[in-house]
Design a protein around this ligand. Structure first.
Ligand SMILES: [Zn+2]
Length: 346
């Protein structure tokens, strides 16, 4: 009985903290924008960030170039703040690759920028060469669309709510970088040199120019948004790294608070901070774009279900298998998480 009462008290405390912090501020924003921007309804074309990804995106292909342009247009003409845009172009293994890197700086003056710490959010936009016609809906179209939504949310916040901005983003020392990696997939078979082309290239560059030291946390989205991910407990997004476990706990608290709000696209709990088995192993168990950053001692929050969805790397990974509510809940979670994290320790 005592233990039960303590749990109830703790959960009420957490909920109140969150309500006073971010939830009551941003719920209306999400209710207005999610149905338009992350919709699977084909009649909802205007402002839709998800449906344009319903295409193959093999590195260097015309379709990949089209998606690059779509992403670039979003940041350069669709948003209101001056995001720094970097295109990291390179060739390897006979392919052209392009990472897209977008930075929202928060320091009050340029002089402070060198001291800025960044939260990095990333996903990969390329798709497998084989099987031909592979769409990669969960791998990782949905994750890319979620990042674009996150950018728009932070941009609106930074542009429109100056008072809040002073208290959170501008008042702190954090900026945000959003990266769309190219060449995550192996061209033939996954090896250390035939995979994660884009993240290896960017990490090497950042180690050389000092940017790596400014990355406080790397949040990597992959295989999110599928209907099967909701079938807890088999497909679970676990806490994989102890260096970022407190951030996983933070996400879980935001999830708890939203579960208590019936007007949100949250139906059941998907994060389980007490499941620490993978984290305790203390090594990379799932290779992905985070590996070069993990090797550079950056804390990693890897948001990927394990086991992988059943359609993983099959021609069946199509938009038919996506779940709109699942995609939208991740957009909400990460939006709230970004603001919470950039506000710094409470
Ligand atoms: Zn893949």
């Amino acid at each position: 009985m005592q233990a039960f009462q303590l749990v109830v008290l703790l959960s009420v405390f957490v909920r109140c903290c969150l309500c006073n912090g971010t939830l009551s501020l941003f719920g209306d924003y999400h209710r207005e924008h999610l149905p338009v921007q992350l919709s699977l309804n084909e009649s909802q074309e205007d402002g839709n960030l998800l449906l344009p990804f319903n295409t193959t995106r093999v590195s260097g292909s015309p379709e990949a170039l089209g998606i690059q342009q779509f992403i670039l247009d979003h940041f350069t003409t669709g948003l209101q703040n001056n995001w720094t845009v970097e295109q990291d172009n390179f060739q390897e293994n006979g392919y052209n690759f392009t990472n897209l890197v977008f930075t929202l700086d928060t320091a009050r003056s340029d002089a402070n920028k060198n001291g800025t710490k960044y939260i990095l959010f990333a996903a990969h936009y390329d798709t497998l060469v084989n099987p031909a016609g592979f769409i990669g809906a969960v791998d990782s179209a949905a994750s890319c669309a979620i990042l674009m939504y996150l950018a728009q949310f932070l941009d609106t916040l930074a542009y429109e709510d100056r008072e809040l901005l002073q208290q959170t983003i501008l008042g702190g020392e954090y900026g945000v970088k959003i990266v769309f990696f190219d060449g995550e997939e192996a061209i033939e078979e996954w090896t250390a040199t035939d995979s994660i082309y884009g993240s290896r290239h960017l990490a090497a560059q950042w180690l050389e120019d000092g940017t790596m030291e400014q990355i406080e946390l790397f949040v990597l989205l992959d295989l999110l948004g599928g209907a099967t991910t909701k079938q807890v407990p088999r497909w679970k997004i676990k806490s994989y790294y102890k260096e970022a476990h407190r951030h996983y706990q933070q996400l879980s608290k935001i999830e708890d608070a939203y579960l208590a709000d019936p007007a949100t696209p949250f139906s059941k709990k998907e994060l389980f901070p007490s499941d620490v088995l993978y984290m305790m192993m203390g090594r990379v168990l799932i290779e992905d774009d985070h590996v070069p950053f993990y090797n550079a001692s950056v804390p990693i929050l890897h948001l990927i279900p394990f086991p992988f969805p059943e359609t993983w790397h099959t021609i069946g990974d199509t938009f038919d298998t996506l779940d709109e509510a699942e995609i939208q809940r991740w957009a909400v979670l990460l939006s709230e998480f970004a603001v919470d994290t950039m506000a710094g320790p409470q």
